[in-house]
Design a protein around this ligand. Sequence first.
Ligand SMILES: Cc1cc2nc3c(=O)[nH]c(=O)nc-3n(C[C@H](O)[C@H](O)[C@H](O)COP(=O)(O)OP(=O)(O)OC[C@H]3O[C@@H](n4cnc5c(N)ncnc54)[C@H](O)[C@@H]3O)c2cc1C
Length: 95
Amino acid sequence: MLTRAAEYLLAGLKTPEWTQVHRWRYAFPTSPLINTCLKANTPQPLVCCGDWCGGNLVAGAMQSGISAAEQINQQMSQQLLPRNSFLDKLAATKQ
Ligand SMILES: Cc1cc2nc3c(=O)[nH]c(=O)nc-3n(C[C@H](O)[C@H](O)[C@H](O)COP(=O)(O)OP(=O)(O)OC[C@H]3O[C@@H](n4cnc5c(N)ncnc54)[C@H](O)[C@@H]3O)c2cc1C
């Protein structure tokens, strides 16, 4: 994350003088949906997303947001989002 942040924001972020990881446990919807987002069959896009869709952690919330964006984009202009997405970059970083 720091490498990416340094690449996009500020080079110095790659080598911080001090770091601390603080983990929270606040994302626990008790009955999350299997679907990554909810869409209504209406002429105008109506899509719901959040950490209660497709999982119950912040990563699920992010995936849900991307899924909702793809749905809206398809309904608005029938175009797929570019494949060189944030998640692709994240996966490439792991390799
Ligand atoms: C302090 C803290 C630490 C956390 N740490 C972790 C963690 O380490 N790991 C983890 O998995 N989860 C963590 N979570 C939970 C995680 O942040 C949530 O699961 C996630 O952000 C939910 O994403 P979301 O998009 O569903 O909702 P949100 O991130 O809450 O986004 C909802 C958005 O809707 C906006 N909004 C609300 N009402 C309106 C309105 N009427 N009009 C327009 N906009 C509106 C809000 O301003 C907000 O930007 C943490 C939460 C907190 C509070």
